[in-house]
Design a protein around this ligand. Structure first.
Ligand SMILES: C[S@@+](CC[C@H](N)C(=O)[O-])C[C@H]1O[C@@H](n2cnc3c(N)ncnc32)[C@H](O)[C@@H]1O
Length: 249
């Protein structure tokens, strides 16, 4: 009796501790797409800090990995100007259609949207910078990180921000982090150092924390050549799914 009731809960927790799951993520964001923008309002200061740390110049091209509904596009546009460009990579068609609405409404012509998992994205050009804003499922997918790094110019600036475990005794913060992570990611794996795969590729790497240590902002500069041995070891942890085996979004 006890086992039959708790088993689904245990299975759910077990799933949460393994690699990100594309199908669960698509289902999660299919449900969230409509109300997503208002849910994220509280995180705007973090978004603005993260984008400031990208140090963008007019004319730059910036990759927005897991761009969602395009909430970062407006501040990114201000930084790169009409002569620059934004490449939004997003696997959820539901989230991306909101991003497309935003682009049409504001009349931007310098945004390229790619409806694809990050690990398979084929970008039209190498970017000068990359943003990973609240994209834990991408950061914990070594194949996706490897692929995204190959879409950047040497020396590109990279910034990631998102949830992380605070110190073990910060129970209240960690409770909030767990609830928020279960709502917005498919894996709790790596929440102690969500940036660890990214760090293999970056020099001048720095991490700061905010929100009672429950949120980090990590930044660095793409080293070229990066430590291929370390990066390959990480990338081989999770095989990427061949395009023809990918179920539709
Ligand atoms: C919490 S939302 C963040 C959206 C946006 N970056 C923001 O700050 O508002 C995470 C997004 O990552 C997307 N995502 C998750 N795994 C992905 C993958 N492997 N490739 C591309 N997008 C992915 C989800 O569909 C979702 O839109």
């Amino acid at each position: 009796m006890w086992f039959s009731e708790t088993k689904p809960m245990l299975v759910c927790m077990e799933q949460r501790l393994t690699f990100p799951d594309r199908q669960r993520s698509l289902a999660q964001y299919r449900l969230r797409a409509e109300g997503y923008d208002s849910e994220l309002a509280a995180f705007e200061p973090i978004r603005h800090s993260a984008i400031a740390q990208l140090g963008l110049n007019l004319g730059d091209t910036v990759l927005d990995a897991g761009c969602g509904t395009g909430l970062s596009f407006e501040p990114l546009q201000r930084a790169v100007g009409a002569g620059g460009g934004i490449i939004g990579v997003e696997q959820s068609a539901d989230m991306l259609s909101k991003a497309q609405d935003r682009i049409s409404e504001l009349g931007w012509v310098n945004v390229t949207l790619l409806n694809t998992p990050a690990e398979l994205a084929s970008t039209p050009t190498l970017a000068d910078a990359a943003l990973f804003h609240f994209t834990h499922d991408i950061l914990r997918n070594p194949a996706a990180i490897s692929h995204m790094m190959h879409c950047l110019k040497p020396g590109a600036r990279v910034v990631a921000a998102g949830l992380q475990w605070a110190n073990p005794w910060a129970f209240a913060t960690n409770w909030c982090v767990m609830l928020a992570a279960m709502y917005s990611t498919t894996s709790l794996e790596g929440l102690d150092k969500p940036w660890s795969y990214l760090a293999d590729y970056l020099g001048k790497f720095e991490v700061s924390t905010t929100s009672m240590q429950g949120v980090y902002i990590a930044s660095g500069v793409l080293m070229m050549p990066f430590d291929l041995a370390r990066a390959t070891a990480s990338a081989s942890l999770m095989p990427s799914t061949p395009a023809d085996k990918m179920p539709p979004a």
